[in-house]
Design a protein around this ligand. Sequence first.
Ligand code: GRF
Length: 235
Amino acid sequence: MTDTQTISPLRVVVLISGSGSNLQALIDGQKNGSLPIEIMAVISNKAGVKGLERAEQVSIATRVISHKDFDSREAFDQKLLTEIESFSPGLVVLAGFMRILTEGFTQHFVGRMINIHPSLLPKYQGLHTHQRAIDANDSHGGASVHFVTAELDGGPIIIQAKVAIDDNETSDSLAAKVLTVEHKILPLTVKWFALNKLTMAANNAVLCGESLPPQGFQWQDNEETNRLIDVLVKA
Ligand code: GRF
């Protein structure tokens, strides 16, 4: 029996605004049995995006809620909240969802909503993260997964992965490299949450009962990290 077969699947709703390659990593994990989840719905604030197609291809329910149809952020967030809750999710994943959320919305989901952000937080909250890292002559860029709180890209960090910034790096080339590690750390975070190893307590991310350091678990693509993850998952 694998570690993912002993508990009932976690109900997950994924919010997107675009390509949905991170969503695809979650779909693949669900399909190949490595993630004990069931993606109940994919909700986009933009019609016609590739992420919606990816969900439709595997018969996951989709919804489009365009922010343009609402007079205020509050009204949009209220509709979004109601739609998400209609699927009774245990976890909400923001996977390239490009809207700022109101405090009431983030409070409602606190501890059960995570976001993937393409920088080594707390550096470069907000937009244009790759160009900002290049302009600052940083040696590394990367990605972070964090619990969502009212502060934009500011909630407790769960995990980070770094990639080297090479000479002549462009924003596009760095984005592509960072996406490859995003596709590792987002499913891993979801797995920890689904296995009840990960919680948020007192504004900290807590993994297997221990508060994570401020910059979260430092993921690397090597044997040692894999061994540590294995131990954590089986603990
Ligand atoms: C990712 O870089 C994510 O970190 C950011 O938006 C991008 C979404 O990519 N928030 P995709 O839609 O998952 O391909």
